[in-house]
Design a protein around this ligand. Structure first.
Ligand code: BGC
Length: 746
């Protein structure tokens, strides 16, 4: 029998777990908190009693895990990492080793950058509309985090897409609270299945990057609870993250990391969050105010102006400005998830990247990419590309070398290194990274009879000449985005619209593949034969794209965000605070309230370029038999999806609800969805249970969700603007639900 040298991380981790579980069991006499039969809370209380003031203070003060401002990280920090918090070895409390982020185990820039597997962007994962895929991706990157010696992953980004120009949209889950919350929640769960902690971030309303550390978001409680906060609430419920990261911005005048309304009231009191709140790196601004408002751990020394949770916190506790019981609460909140999620019972070991099966992990990433790519247009059956001999021009987007990744702290350095080093910007939030997975080569392998020629697209006239002399053209266009910046507008940068116009004019059989951080405008759309939105497609992006273009995989992604026809359709046609002026404080008025994305477009009767939920397939579906009933107080919808085409495919059935009498923030909301795999000619039945919060309006004074008695139209559709949608009307009685959507007696 041949035994592979590389074992799967999962089995390596299991071996580790068993070893440590036995070692830990022996200690329970002297260290009763090591008794795994006790509840996490009980264990945390037992160990808390043994801790000195200084030991408690150590746990609430975090360091940057890489050199910053000429300050080296603590010696025990993992190389080029985001964070480090020393544990309490005499009590068996391990260090916390923190790694970014939601796309994989990221690395701070530097000579020792770690190479890991990158998932496609968060938006791509949201575009899968499949929590199982999100979970699998989370489980994979969490396994790598453990193999690299990390026990906290700074993942779980679920800031709502209020503005398609936000440079970090690619890290998040799109514009709808239900979709984003479910997908990111599933990813968090997958990460934590490795007995490590994930965060949920950036709490809250950190929806643009320009001026992110100075801007003040204006929004009322009700609108926030029905939009951004709802996405976070759902992700928290689905994923049970051990930690929440508070954000840089201010909300209604108060910094998020010292905002008692956000931290003490909404997160801890109303939602019952039992874990710890860590600050974003540089987002702590005070000692007493922050500690008493609910911040449990300052992150990333030396990012903040001062070491607020070091000596100043000790003084504040000693003189009573921060009650000692509050310090205990801070520490308990760190310890409880460490016990609950297995960080203490199954400690991470020194980094062992050699144990990672990168091939198997790339396959997880490729599956995610293929499930999330969105076919936006396909006229004349140009796709899938035919296997017969033909001359194919491949143009632009570094397609001969690889696929684009987004920039900033979430950047995963790929195995094999940057395929196109030296692109600008080379420094933060760069380097611009191109993963070494060439779509051109992956296409050549799949279409051996075709003659393929590449042109880099730098000269539109030359590209057009090649296009003219080809049977079909595959043109790659890119939009790089990154943390700490927004894009100036929704146009493809670097003259690529002109390139596409020239190429489509030369050859109308042009397939445009987009690798973008989010929505872009497409002035050339009528002239292009096909468009595939491939987002930032991750480690194996070239393979994933070629698989979809050749029909090996039938595309099944649907947009997790509206693609506007122009910036003028947005609630803020001009992005506040752009371009950024350092230290300028300004307000961002979220006057659209909870009417985010398609809800805004519905409300204002605007026609987008592509609606939320939209996505084509190589087959056709017919959806029918929509029925609704209230069972045990829960509204449920069932339906049928028939594959009426010739190949197997997956349909994303979406159920929207529109009130006929009640007044909502917008005409309709997504209330449920299900992705169904259907063979040609076959039918599948689907059903969704509807969260009552999606049928209700939040009432701030009573902290309840109120469903108004009346008629509600349930719409079964394949997008937010599906002309073939069918609907039924149901009558709902008045009902009241608590702040977490649990029924209350009328
Ligand atoms: C980002 C966080 C990240 C942290 C640590 C910050 O700049 O906003 O998302 O986790 O840095 O790298």
């Amino acid at each position: 029998m041949k035994i592979s040298k590389k074992i799967s991380v999962i089995s390596a981790a299991v071996a580790l777990f068993c070893g440590t579980a036995m070692a830990v069991a022996a200690d329970t006499k002297d260290q009763p908190w090591m008794n795994q039969k006790l509840a996490a809370r009980e264990r945390a209380d037992l160990v808390l009693k043994e801790m000195s003031l200084d030991e408690k203070l150590k746990l609430v003060f975090g360091y940057m895990g890489a050199e910053w401002k000429n300050t080296p990280p603590p010696a025990e920090a993992r190389t080029q990492s985001a964070g480090f918090i020393p544990g309490v070895p005499r009590l068996g409390i391990p260090n916390l080793w923190e790694a970014d982020a939601g796309i994989g185990v990221a690395s701070q820039a530097g000579p020792n950058a770690r190479e890991a597997t990158a998932l496609p962007s968060g938006l791509n994962t949201a575009a899968t509309w499949d929590p199982n895929t999100a979970y699998a991706g989370g489980a994979m990157i969490g396994a790598e985090a453990r193999a690299f010696g990390f026990n906290v992953m700074l993942a779980g980004g679920v800031n709502l897409m209020r503005d398609p120009r936000n440079g970090r949209n690619f890290e998040y889950g799109g514009e709808d609270p239900l979709l984003a919350g479910r997908i990111v929640g599933a990813q968090i769960k997958g990460i934590q299945s490795n007995r490590i902690v994930s965060t949920l971030k950036h709490y809250a309303l950190n929806d643009q990057e320009s001026g992110r550390t100075t801007l003040d978001v204006k929004i009322d409680d009700r609108s926030a609870r029905m939009s951004d906060l709802l996405a976070m609430q759902i992700a928290k419920e689905e994923g049970n993250p051990g930690s929440v990261m508070c954000s840089y911005n201010r909300v209604n005048g108060v910094y998020a990391c010292e905002n008692s309304y956000l931290l003490n009231e909404v997160l801890k009191h109303d939602w019952g969050f039992q874990g710890w709140v860590m600050s974003d790196w540089g987002a702590t601004h005070s000692t007493i105010a922050a500690a008493n408002a609910g911040l449990d751990q300052e992150s990333g020394f030396p990012f903040d102006l001062s070491n607020y949770f070091a000596a100043p916190l000790k003084e504040a506790v000693q003189n009573g400005w921060v009650p000692p019981a509050r310090l205990d609460d801070m520490v308990r909140r760190i310890l409880v998830p460490m016990f609950e999620h297995g960080v203490i019972d199954h400690p991470v070991a020194a980094p062992a990247p050699a144990t990672i099966d990168f091939k198997a992990h790339a396959a997880v990433s490729i599956k995610d990419a293929q499930e999330g790519m969105v076919l936006l247009k396909n006229s004349g059956g140009v796709l899938p590309l035919k296997a017969s001999a033909q001359r194919i021009a491949v143009i632009g987007g570094y397609a001969d070398k690889g696929v684009l990744a987004g920039g900033g702290s979430s950047l995963v350095y790929p195995v094999g290194g940057n395929a196109v080093p030296g692109l600008e910007p080379k420094t933060w939030p760069g380097p611009v990274m191109v993963y070494p997975s060439s779509p051109l080569k992956a296409l050549q392998r799949r279409l051996p009879k075709a003659s393929m020629r590449f042109n880099d697209g730098a000269d539109p006239a030359a590209a057009a000449r090649l296009a003219k002399d080809s049977d079909v053209v595959v043109l790659f266009a890119t939009q790089w985005t990154g943390e700490g910046m927004d894009v100036p507008n929704l146009s493809l940068p670097k003259n690529q619209d002109a390139l596409i116009a020239a190429v489509t004019a030369a050859n109308p059989k042009t397939v445009v593949v987009l690798e973008t951080g989010g929505p872009v405008t497409m002035p050339w759309l009528p002239q292009a034969a096909a468009v595939l939105e491939a987002w930032f497609p991750g480690t194996g992006g070239g393979e994933a794209i070629a698989g979809v273009l050749t029909g090996e995989t039938n595309p099944s992604g649907h947009l997790p965000a509206t693609f506007p026809a122009s910036e003028s359709q947005l609630p803020r046609p001009v992005l506040d605070g752009y371009p950024e002026v350092e230290n300028r404080r300004f307000d961002v008025d979220y006057h659209e309230g909870a009417a985010v994305g398609y809800k805004w477009f519905d409300l204002k009767e605007l026609k987008p370029l592509f609606p939320f939920g939209y996505g084509l397939s190589y087959t056709e579906f017919a959806m029918s038999d929509l029925a609704a009933e209230v069972k045990n107080g829960v509204l449920q919808a069932s339906f049928k999806v028939k594959n009426t085409g010739r190949v197997a495919g997956k349909q994303v059935a979406q159920v929207y609800v529109a009130p006929l009498q009640a007044k909502w923030e917008a005409p309709k909301r997504l209330a449920g969805f299900q992705k169904l795999d259907v063979k040609p000619g076959a039918s599948a039945r689907g059903s969704v249970s509807i969260d009552p919060r999606l049928l209700a309006v939040y009432e701030s004074a009573s902290k309840t969700w109120k469903v108004e008695a009346g008629d509600y139209r349930l719409v079964l559709a394949a997008s937010a603007m599906d002309p073939q949608a069918s609907s039924v009307v149901v009558h709902l009685d008045a009902a009241t639900y608590d702040v977490n959507g649990k029924p209350l007696k009328e």
